[in-house]
Every structure is written in structure tokens, then in C-alpha cells.
Design a protein around this ligand. Sequence first.
Ligand SMILES: *Cc1c(COP(=O)(O)O)cnc(C)c1O
Length: 382
Amino acid sequence: MLNKEIIAGLKNHRTPFYYYDMDLLRRILDIVRTESKERNYKVHYAVKANFNPVIMKTISGYGFGADCVSGNEVAHSAENGFAPDDIVFAGVGKSDEEIELALNTGISCFNCESVPELLVINDIAGRTGRKAPVALRINPNVEAHTLKHITTGTEENKFGIRLNELGEIAELIPTLKNISFKGLHFHIGSQITETGPYRNLCTRVNEVWEWFSERGYENLNVNVGGGLGINYEEPDTMPPFREYFEIFASHLDSRIRGEISFELGRSLTAMCGTLISRVLYIKEGVSEKFVILDAGFTDLLRPALYQAYHKIENLTSEGERGKYTVAGPICESTDTFGRFVDLPLTQRGDLIGIRSAGAYGESMASRYNLRNLPGAVFSDSL
Ligand SMILES: *Cc1c(COP(=O)(O)O)cnc(C)c1O
């Protein structure tokens, strides 16, 4: 993937920057389009994973929809090739302004997370003379077996409507004149690499769908969310897309007639991105040898935020291997990408690649310490 020719082409760019392998992105999008179409499934791209316009336009070009979690993401998606009626809008804290913007954009669905939100959307829709398409985000109370900080589908959690609220909601909905009840939405978490949680999700989806079906809502759409994980240890291993869709094909109730949709973020964009950084200094510690990079957690937050693992490679050395602790320049001790990382002899000026960084990398960058935002370089324009 990062062969000698590419590395030579990257050497003169100002570091740190994200390098995006666009051929790989297109290969992944091809697979996902084929596998989802085969089963008549719709895929929305979770924009928060990476909102770089070049990435967004590539994804919208494949005919995927957009899953947004802010008004700005809704507007940005519409500006980067996503048809308004392919845009859905989730989030526990939609502001009045964001709701109005989404209504004006003409999005296909609000994934609504609480009764108070339902009332506010109904209100604003009435005021602006529109009918708001709404799906209920149900908290499925399914454990995702992933990092504690990124599970979203258990009951002790701010996300979604609890199962014991459904009775109240079912009575409320017919009274909300400016709301059109379209479907059910679920999302159990992120970086899920086991099949068990998805099978449990299917069981819960079937129960909730049946409950609504018995009350006269047989044609509801079902959105099962995202969360398909990638292999951070082996950055060149494809996610098991076929097996993933197959779980739903074989476990969802075959009587569901509405559209079945997915919201994939990480699994679409993570693999194609590598954070490229230059070694500033080698620092001898007491028991560790530190590699100080010109990239820090302002460029890639995941390791500092949830001790996430990213494979680290020295792209320009073939020297004798040793153990190094790879850290950034920011004045916080959490600004470390990996401890005792096995690398070839590493020296000032070497290029370091931090792999699997195409999702929740550039999109989480900040300007803390008044640092520059990382750049972006695309394989198509090397
Ligand atoms: C973040 C998010 C996703 C995407 O999650 P991935 O793990 O990146 O696939 C999908 N749906 C909702 C509601 C989200 O918040």
C-alpha cells in the first residue's frame, strides 16, 4: 500500500498530514455497494468519521446516503453531493436552529431521540409549514462489547428512547400533526468486531418492529445503525462486509417490508487514511527511548482519548529494530501514540506512518496549543 514510490512522493509535503489512498477507498465502496445492493439494503455514510470534502464527494458519488449528527453536517453533506432525501439526522441534542435547517434542506428523516425532542420538532415543523419525517431512535439495551467509552446501546446511556417508553410514544405520535412517522432507528456502538451483538440487535429490532406492527404500523423503515469495526492490528485486512450484511439478512424478520438501512462510518474510511509525521527528536529516557513526532493528539486524538491502538510504521528506515515510545509535542502526558513500539532504527527526519487513521482522525483534529490543523494529501494527486 505505502510502497517506496508513494513514500518518495510524500517526502516533500509539509508534515503532519493525512495521506488518503483513494484507490483503496473506492475498492471498499465498491464492495459495500455490491454487498448492500444484493440484499436491497440502503447505506448511509456516518459523516462524523471523516468530513473531508474529497472523501465526501467520493462516497456520495457511489450513491450512498449521509448520516449526520449536526446541522453543519447536514449542510456540508448537501454541499458535497448527497441528495437531501438521502440525508438522515441523528443526535440527542438537536438545537431549534439545526432542526429548522434540516427541515429547509428537505432531509429524509430525523432520527429522534426523546419525547421532548419529538414535541419540539413537531412545533418547529408546524411553524415552518412542513411535515417532519421522523424515525424513533430506540435504545435497544444491547451490550456492544467494545470500548466502554464508545458503547451507546445500553439502558444506562443518554442515547435513544427506552423500551419502556414505547407505550407513551405510540399514544403520542398520532396527536402530533406535523410529524410523519417513518421508521425505527437503532445504533449499538462503534468498533464492534464480534457477531454476537449484531445478532442480539436483530432480535431486539424484530421485537420492537412487531410491537409497532401490531399497532398498525406495518410499513416502518428499519435503520440498524453502524459500528462495524476494523482490524487496527492488521491495517491491510478488509472488514468482513459480506458476513456483516449476511447476519442481518438471516436474522431480521422477513416480514419487514420497509427500507432496511445501515449507517457505516469507520469501516468505510478508516483503512484508507494514514497520518504521516516527521521525527523531530530522539530522546533518551530512563528506561524508554522516546521518538518525538511533529504530530500530536491535535492531529489524531483516539490514542489519547480512549487509549486506542494504531499501528505505527517507520516509512523511511530499514535499520536494526528496537523499542521506542512514540509521542507528540503537546504539553500533556497523554500525548503518546504508543509505548515500546517495535520500529527499525529511528532517527530525526524519518517519516512515521500511523495507520488506520482515515476515520475519527482528521475529523477530530483541533487547534489546541494553537497548532496548525493537519494537511491532507490524496493518492490521486500524487
Ligand atoms: C457514529 C455513528 C455511526 C457510525 O458509527 P461507526 O462505528 O463509525 O460505523 C452510526 N450511527 C450513529 C447514530 C452514530 O452516532
